[in-house]
Design a binder for this molecule. Structure first.
Ligand SMILES: C[S@@+](CC[C@H](N)C(=O)[O-])C[C@H]1O[C@@H](n2cnc3c(N)ncnc32)[C@H](O)[C@@H]1O
Length: 251
């Protein structure tokens, strides 16, 4: 994918984020398509490698061992890290659909697992091309925050799950402890965008990240949104001083 930077259009789209669902969709799809070649490297660098541990922990909450031969959804799969890790888990004999609407992200992750086990599918989280009750479980890592209509996204996942299947959300959160919070906010709003911009060459993608986290519902509100979308027994835990959180709901 050629790395084209149309900064004026990006700024215009950035301004639309949060005010228009269509604007957000176009903007998000575009920035992830543009940063795809550097996405993995920046993830490791900016999180000091903690993101891997968070994904492993989130996968443990999926309960895939109840149906190891089942079919699972890795939603907003990006470069397929979550799906690839699930495919490598001892005892897992099922299949995974890695769905993302930014094709360059999926392409950047191809090769992390065989297509027979982990199938990348270009699809919008708001209109998944699968029948009702197709999946034995679903997981989304750092993706649901980007979906233009949270409620509709949650309902769409609910539709695609079998009864009693789990949905796991791993997402950034904002720490509450004052000192940690101050340090985190400084890093997230000042250091991270700088490094992100230097390495990705992208002007706005890594300023969008902290802004999107700030605009995303905090843990109790996300749990309430999951319940409103039809999930029961919704629970969550915070990770690494509250920098991230894992929510789990059951259909
Ligand atoms: C921050 S990345 C996370 C990727 C991956 N899950 C991970 O853990 O690294 C967010 C991904 O969500 C995708 N995304 C955002 N909104 C989407 C939507 N409505 N439908 C499908 N994918 C979407 C983006 O294209 C991007 O690849």
């Amino acid at each position: 994918m050629p790395h084209t930077l149309d900064t004026e259009a990006l700024e215009a789209n950035a301004a639309a984020v949060g005010t228009s669902a269509a604007g957000k969709r176009t903007y998000v799809q575009r920035i992830f398509s543009e940063i795809a070649p550097r996405y993995d490297l920046l993830n490791r660098l900016l999180s000091l490698g903690i993101d891997r541990r968070w994904r492993t922990l989130a996968l443990r909450r999926l309960g895939w061992d109840r149906a190891p031969q089942g079919t699972y959804l890795d939603l907003c799969a990006g470069t397929l890290d979550v799906g690839a890790e699930l495919s490598r888990m001892q005892g897992f004999t099922g299949r995974i659909v890695g769905a993302d609407f930014a094709e360059p992200m999926l392409r950047a992750g191809s090769g992390k697992a065989s297509r027979e086990v982990l199938l990348p599918v270009v699809a919008d989280a708001l209109a998944l091309p699968v029948r009702d009750g197709a999946f034995d479980g679903a997981i989304v890592a750092f993706g649901i925050r980007n979906v233009a209509d949270l409620g509709a996204g949650l309902r769409e996942v609910h539709r695609t799950l079998k009864p009693a299947a789990r949905f796991v959300i791993l997402e950034f959160s904002t720490p509450r402890m004052p000192l940690v919070r101050a340090a985190y906010l400084f890093y997230f709003h000042h250091i991270l965008p700088l490094i992100g911009r230097m390495i990705s060459g992208h002007k706005t993608a890594y300023t969008y990240l902290p802004r999107s986290v700030a605009n995303f519902p905090e843990t109790t509100k996300l749990a309430a949104a999951m319940t409103a979308a039809g999930f029961r027994d919704v629970q969550w835990e915070t990770l690494t001083f509250g920098i991230a959180a894992v929510h789990v709901g059951t259909k």
